[in-house]
Write a protein that binds this ligand. Structure first.
Ligand SMILES: Cc1cc2nc3c(=O)[nH]c(=O)nc-3n(C[C@H](O)[C@H](O)[C@H](O)COP(=O)(O)OP(=O)(O)OC[C@H]3O[C@@H](n4cnc5c(N)ncnc54)[C@H](O)[C@@H]3O)c2cc1C
Length: 484
């Protein structure tokens, strides 16, 4: 059980593969930084309900880990197409320093879409249509990334209630049938890899997209009758996913992991109780014991109550006879979270410790199910992070020969941490890796792009963009010179 095992220190093997910068959150941050790993003792009696009254305690004891030899930017950038390099050049210029980035964030909403599409769109977005996303999947496979987490970027949070839940359900089902299933089968049949080396295809399901006024419905899930509509809409997609898994498992019996997976995204804290309830309902319906999981829910490990929540989810799963699929993230809403001081870990180190302990625990549970019986309560894990140390920890903890390898998958957003992804694949033979591919109507993806730019703002604390501009300019100059 998670609760009982949290006190254990996380064992991190000495660097078993070429290390890369822990600061590398975006593809354009190349600075090397050393990070210390610490153990955090479990917070007692913390739950998502009472977390406000609980204090964080941390014991900073364990070894420090040095990052050296960070991957050379030119190694990653040189094979790219000229158009991709131009996109990186733009991003590098926008992130030269914090004031320039802040200015770009302010101006961004007024930049015409055609300019965005010409300059940076392809770096971060999978396309506007199913055909374009399929092509993105093929392009990723050429980089050794054999599957995706696709996300139709239409959502109704923050007062945007101009959504059509029926359209979202239908279009998401279409994306599973027309993108994920054929792509996964094609990778299994044509990649030349072992069937258990291909990660599943994921579809991200935004709880705020499944009914009108979803934010309020989620907040009042216990009393609002529209919560049932929200669950039913999500369940329609999950039903197709479950059926596809059953069908494909009959065709490919050697496969341990699911083929396609529905992933419930996590939202702001005040919506999360509703989201947890949604996840539990879907687990109970579609993650039966002794079968690969079809549904993955998300836990935000920056929440100080998240370790207890993980223990609670595991208990509920055992009591109610279903399996857990988990996507562990640190959490995206730290800047907008109204209750930040009470619900989020006090320091980044505490979040990091909690995250690393969470992924370690889940991986150990999954790997322990060595007989391929799909018997462990935690059946599937997505390590959704750009943090080099966490990705390395997950990689080190997962034996190369494990039959459950494709039940632990590393995920990054398309266009983020690309140099880390590159290093994991090329220099460390990692193949359990996917990219989160946002796609959909241009206006919505523009908002998604703005969020990426804002998120990159976190990373741009030093003048890192200059290094990218310099590297890209050098490569472009050499190409031009050769052409002349
Ligand atoms: C595939 C994928 C899916 C995702 N899905 C979701 C989702 O459904 N819901 C969601 O909320 N997020 C989601 N995220 C975003 C994620 O939560 C993080 O915001 C993002 O990945 C940055 O964290 P990191 O682990 O990559 O790296 P890092 O850069 O190491 O961590 C940054 C994160 O650390 C935490 N942090 C920073 N400063 C502090 C501090 N002072 N105190 C405490 N904590 C701090 C914050 O969570 C911050 O985002 C997803 C990310 C990926 C890659």
């Amino acid at each position: 059980m998670y609760a009982a095992r949290l006190a254990r220190p996380i064992a991190i093997r000495p660097l078993s593969f070429r290390s890369f910068s822990s600061a590398t959150v975006s593809p354009f941050i190349f600075a090397t930084r050393t990070r210390n790993f610490h153990n955090t003792s479990k917070q007692k009696n913390t739950t998502i309900e009472n977390v406000a009254s609980t204090t964080t305690t941390s014991h900073m004891t364990t070894s420090s880990m040095k990052s050296s030899n960070s991957i050379s930017p030119s190694e990653y950038l040189t094979p790219l197409k000229t158009s991709e390099l131009v996109s990186y050049l733009c991003i590098g210029m926008c992130t030269l320093n914090k004031p320039i980035l802040d200015l770009c964030i302010k101006v961004f909403p007024y930049v015409p879409m055609f300019l965005i599409k010409a300059l940076v769109y392809k770096l971060y977005c999978g396309g506007e249509t199913i055909e374009e996303v399929k092509q993105t999947g093929l392009n990723l496979s050429k980089r050794g990334i054999n599957n995706m987490m696709i996300s139709l970027t239409i959502e109704g949070c923050d007062g945007n209630d101009n959504i059509d839940p029926e359209f979202i359900v239908t279009e998401t089902q279409n994306s599973v049938n027309d993108i994920l299933i054929p792509h996964t089968i094609s990778m299994i049949e044509n990649s030349g890899k072992d069937i258990n080396s291909i990660p599943p295809g994921y579809v991200a399901l935004k709880p705020t997209g499944f009914t009108k006024n979803a934010a309020n419905v989620l907040k009042n899930h216990a009393t609002d009758p529209k919560f049932e509509e929200l669950v039913a809409n999500a369940a329609k997609i999950c039903q197709s996913i479950y059926e596809a898994n059953v069908e494909m498992a009959a065709k490919y019996p050697a496969r341990t992991a699911p083929f396609v997976v529905g992933v419930i995204d996590a939202e702001k804290y005040d919506l999360q109780e509703g989201v947890y309830e949604l996840q539990r309902r879907l687990y109970a319906l579609f993650n039966p014991v002794n079968k690969p999981v079809s549904i993955v829910g998300t836990l935000q490990m920056y929440l100080s109550g998240s370790s207890d929540l993980l223990a609670k989810e595991e208990k509920l799963a055992m009591a109610n006879n279903y399996r857990l699929g988990l996507k562990l993230v640190r959490g995206a809403y730290i800047h907008s979270e109204k209750q930040r001081s009470t619900v989020i870990h006090k320091t980044k180190e505490d979040t990091d410790n909690n995250y690393n302990q969470g992924i370690s625990y889940c991986i150990e549970s999954i790997v322990a199910d060595a007989n391929k019986t799909n018997g462990s309560t935690i059946g599937h894990l997505v390590v959704a992070s750009h943090n080099a140390d966490s990705l390395r920890l997950a990689t080190d903890k997962l034996p190369l020969e494990s039959v459950n390898r494709s039940n632990v998958v590393l995920g990054q957003l398309l266009g983020m941490a690309d140099n880390i992804t590159y290093d994991l694949i090329k220099n460390n033979g990692v193949d359990n890796i996917i990219k989160y591919v946002a796609w959909g109507p241009p206006l919505e993806t523009k908002e998604y792009l703005l969020r990426r730019l804002e998120e990159n703002g976190d990373a741009v604390r030093a003048d890192n963009g200059f290094q990218l501009v310099r590297e890209v300019s050098t490569i472009l100059f050499k190409r031009l010179f050769r052409m002349a």
